[in-house]
Design a protein around this ligand. Structure first.
Ligand SMILES: [Zn+2]
Length: 358
């Protein structure tokens, strides 16, 4: 059983309640062997369904034998990552925006210390707990900033104050001075990233009710510079779920000559920190709609399984995967199940020189 694959998929409640081909969608998922559905319930401070719809979808899916849990996009992506460029909702006006080093608000993204955001997030998670959900996955916007090697973080007055209080030796520095002076791995860099990790940790501690297990999705190559400290989250939540970061969810980036190595490096780095495959999930994402071909999705699943992942998390934003994807997965299941019986592939040394290229 240890090597058994477990497929997961997420979508909005209405994708199964309102779609004319809902019965077909359920059949596709069953055929491909999806076992757990994560209902997309709350994103950017907006409910994606009424509570009645959420519960109707849960009940319907459970009647068809699925495990059903809940997923939110808690603080907003710093860019169009839900519906595509320009299509994403903004965060509520009452939420404090993330502020960059130049003092400008970052579009679509909330400060992780914003009190109103924390209040709202606490209330929705508490309600999901009362409604019978036991696990809540937070999409990978739960971080301090975008992909890349640069140090990230919020420079709003509350965040600057938190930094100055924890590291008074740097309290005299302005945000631009911090970003100009910090060098990866030095004391200032570590101090700044530590305070960003505090914000993610505090979000979990303030919003996840007792009785719920949090899941944290990590961006491709995401680490402390982005405010994500897997070790620290694990210490507080030993059973926490983690989705590793892989990126490369469209054909152009997936077929880059270095893509396989780049994905493998990120998977391995995150798996090492997570420490087990039991609570680790893949990023088997197709995004934007149909951007990664079914053949490449299956190829990505092979790579994930060969590196030790057994929870395969299919994601496709708010688009529901179409028939060719389900057919491709169903056709590949015998091969993928056999691959899962093999020992994970050992990788050669850490290829640091290219990880921020793509
Ligand atoms: Zn802030």
């Amino acid at each position: 059983m240890k090597n058994k694959l477990h497929f997961h998929y997420d979508f909005e409640p209405r994708a199964i309640l309102k779609a004319p081909n809902a019965a077909q969608r359920i059949a596709w998922m069953k055929q491909a062997g999806v076992e757990t559905v994560w209902l997309d319930a709350y994103a950017y401070g907006t409910h994606l369904a009424t509570e009645q719809e959420l519960m109707d979808a849960k009940k319907l899916l459970e009647q068809h034998g699925f495990r059903v849990q809940v997923l939110t996009v808690p603080v907003g992506h710093g860019g169009g990552a839900l519906l595509g460029d320009g299509g994403d909702p903004g965060i509520p006006p009452a939420w404090q925006s993330r502020i960059n080093a130049a003092g400008q608000p970052v579009a679509f993204a909330s400060c992780m210390r914003g009190e109103r955001m924390l209040d709202d997030s606490r209330a929705v998670a508490q309600r999901y707990c009362e409604l019978g959900f036991t696990e809540i996955f937070f999409d990978d916007d739960l971080r301090a900033g975008p992909w890349g090697p640069a140090l990230q973080g919020c420079c709003c007055p509350a965040c600057m104050r938190a930094f100055g209080q924890k590291y008074p030796q740097y309290a005299h520095l302005s945000a631009p001075e911090i970003f100009a002076a910090a060098t990866e791995g030095d004391d200032l860099w570590n101090a700044w990233s530590d305070v960003q990790c505090d914000a993610v940790q505090s979000f979990l501690e303030q919003t996840v009710p007792d009785g719920m297990t949090p899941g944290v999705m990590i961006m491709h190559n995401g680490d402390r510079r982005h405010g994500v400290d897997i070790d620290r989250i694990k210490k507080r939540y030993p059973n926490a779920l983690f989705r590793v970061g892989e990126g490369h969810f469209e054909d152009a980036s997936f077929t880059h000559p270095l893509a396989g190595d780049a994905i493998a490096h990120s998977i391995r780095a995150h798996l090492c920190a997570i420490g087990s495959t039991e609570n680790a999930f893949s990023e088997s994402t197709v995004y934007p709609e149909n951007a990664l071909s079914p053949e490449h999705l299956v190829q990505k699943l092979r790579l994930e399984i060969s590196l030790g992942l057994r929870n395969l998390f299919l994601m496709s934003g708010l688009f529901f995967l179409d028939e060719p994807y389900w057919q491709a997965i169903a056709d590949a299941r015998p091969e993928l199940d056999a691959l899962a019986e093999c020992e994970p592939v050992e990788l050669p040394g850490t290829p640091n020189d290219f990880i921020w290229q793509l």
